[in-house]
Design a protein around this ligand. Sequence first.
Ligand code: AMP
Length: 544
Amino acid sequence: MQGMMMNRPLRIADILTFAEDVHGSAEIVSATVEGGIHRYTYKDAALRSRKLAQALLRLGVTPGQRIATLGWNGYRHFELYYAISGIGAVCHTINPRLSVEQMSYIVSHAEDRILCLDLTFVPLVEAILDHLPKGLRFIIMTDRAHMPETKLPGALCYEDLVEPETGDYEWPEFPEETASSLCYTSGTTGHPKGALYTHRSTVMHALMAGVSFLECLRPGRRILPVVPLFHVNAWGLPYAAPLTGASIVFPGPQLDGASLFKLMDEQKVFSAWGVPTVWLGLLAEIRKHGRIPEGFGEVIIGGSAAPRSMIEAFEDLNVSVCHAWGMTEMSPIGTQGSLAPPLTDLPKEKQIDLKSTQGRRTFGVELKIVDANGQRQPHDGVATGELFVRGNTIVSGYFNNQEASEAAFDAEGWFRTGDVASISPDGFLTITDRAKDLIKSGGEWISSIDLENMAIAHPDVANCAVIAVPHPKWDERPLLIVVPAEGAKPDKEEILAHLAKGLAKWQVPDDVIFVDTLPLTATGKVSKLTLRQIYADHSLPEAG
Ligand code: AMP
């Protein structure tokens, strides 16, 4: 028998309208690209998002069109999130750290109509203009006074567009499965792949986050997302914070320890969210000051494994650590490790043990680990296996990419994460390894296979492998291991220069090691596992 309840579509814009009605005075504080602090309320943000929606419609944006953003964490980027998806278009956030090839590929693949960019990125986009599709329009996210001289054809000024609109606008209705936003993630090889979120998945993710991060997602709290709006929706915070009434402090482009400390101190940030690399800078600054920023009580660490020493350092300062795991394909939060009674009664050391795991699943995310034959492994904290996930906030395929979509799921329809993990009887997930051939440096991906393909193209290289080695600042850095071609005497600098031609600077390996042979697996593949074990303590030149 069917129930008899209304079925109203879940819409992203309703989150902001709710915040306007119920948490209207909660704030968004932004360190701006132009300099200085901008502050306004959710009520103001809701009005300006409606004005921006009117402006986009006036520019001719129609439902389903992709509108790209290239911006730091700030209030205009937040408005774009709501205005673009609110009118039924798709907000495509672009990671400015991508290489020119990757960036031009995803703009073309997404068929972006408009690119909205922060002032900082004007030179970058000007430099790659020839690689971008003709007809792409540009909106510079600034006011008239700061509009630069630019080669970007017909560049429009954001504030000029918003200012004349009335804000007298009703968000349109459409099915909740309508695409809302698009975020590309690196594949192990080939081109980046697009996760295409829906209004439904986004609202559900915000609700799930709201019941998971209870210490910070509530009225009166101030949260600093250092995790970028251009990468995995800033972990869903731009939706979860207005929904729960928490205020947001956006850090803008300055993400070094000193800038973060100052901003957090001045704005009384309670909870800060980001990858481990960022927190090293903040911890160094805290040591310099001999104190934590005023009001600081919690740090959410994810994107890469949080080192135990980092967890201990924060906990010793009375800053509670919550270690979270997720993926772009999961909107992104999958598990989180905040402890509730009775676990908070455990001795500190035991609590740190639990906090060092990747935590427990959030509502709506199912986890399973399987062996090489796809057989489920027990959740006994000992057995490890490849981790698969299922749920309403997880992709069902990749945008316009059938090949990648087909490879991403098992026969039961679970999504392959590429992580290897164990799960304890009480549900704590521990990531033990990575099955996918990727390196995560400072929260950003580098494809080992892409690097290997480039290295092997060098005449002095007979065979090679690229592995991740632990790095104190960037979590992982690529190390290239080369078997020289017969009779060749390859030069390290020359090989690195060869790779640098096709890569962003931060993607170039830190070191090259020359060996006679590479270890092989039983099936004759290069054993990355063995290489990672051999070179686990390899000291990279930069790391000293
Ligand atoms: P992304 O899609 O860029 O967010 O990357 C997702 C991947 O980052 C996961 O599949 C993991 O390999 C890695 N990752 C994310 N969070 C963690 C974590 N807390 N510990 C270990 N690895 C993580």
